[in-house]
Ligand binder design. Structure first.
Ligand code: DX5
Ligand code: ZN
Length: 216
């Protein structure tokens, strides 16, 4: 089974973002995770389209863009043009989710859905055939460095069984509080992609931490 690592730039050094992107470029990381927060859907503001565009100019790995924003339909085309390889929207922000996923795919990139910790996985049953990936939040979105919510493991197991039935190509990504210990349990439960922010960037040797995460 696939075991991918997507370091989250939210925990990178924004005084020298290029250096951290270079580190990821030369590491065993698979994707670069970009957290977009609007201060409305989540209680924090991060960065937006121009920053993603600059990141994409020097990134050698696909940009996995996580939209924690209200009414994401308005920003799908700009983020796709800025260089996103994948756009993930939150189930909680999309009243017409099927249309939103179609709009993302129309841009020639992959489309994924994220669920907050309280949102049950069965709500995605009829969307799974259309998805590249499901992102399960294992913390409440908005901040890095939070504690892993244990119930996420149960959600991974249920979702794993659902995707085998509905779309075996669909990936399961988990975001928040991932370290060697939670990461290993998530991979064992059926996760394919781990987003890792503070655990990578506060470690002494981030590139080595990424390599070790791939082997847990
Ligand atoms: C949280 C973000 C995460 C965050 C993870 O809202 O979606 O991607 O960067 O950070 P850690 O790994 O520190 O929990
Ligand atoms: Zn994220």
């Amino acid at each position: 089974m696939k075991r991918l690592i997507a370091p989250s730039l939210l925990a990178a050094n924004f005084n020298n973002l290029a250096a951290d992107i270079e580190m990821i470029n030369h590491s065993d990381a698979d994707w670069i995770h970009c957290d977009i927060m609007d201060g409305v859907f989540v209680p924090n503001i991060s960065f937006g389209i121009p920053v993603v565009e600059h990141i994409s100019r020097i990134a050698a790995k696909p940009l996995d863009v996580h939209l924690m924003i209200s009414d994401p339909d308005r920003f799908i085309v700009p983020f796709a043009r800025a260089g996103a390889s994948n756009l993930t929207v939150h189930w909680e922000t999309c009243p017409h989710l099927h249309r939103t996923i179609g709009l993302i795919k129309d841009q020639g990139i992959t489309a994924s859905i994220c669920l907050n910790p309280h949102t049950p996985v069965h709500l995605l049953e009829h969307m799974l055939p259309d998805l590249h990936m499901v992102l399960l939040m294992s913390v409440n979105p908005g901040f890095g460095g939070q504690k892993f919510i244990e119930e996420t493991l149960v959600k991974v197991e249920i979702l794993h069984e659902m995707i085998l039935r509905k779309n075996p190509a669909c990936l399961i990504e988990v975001d928040g509080g991932v370290n060697f210990e939670t990461g290993r349990r998530l991979f064992d439960a059926g996760a394919h992609v781990l987003v890792v922010g503070s655990f990578v960037f506060t470690s002494e040797n981030p590139a080595e931490t990424i390599s070790l995460l791939k082997k847990i």
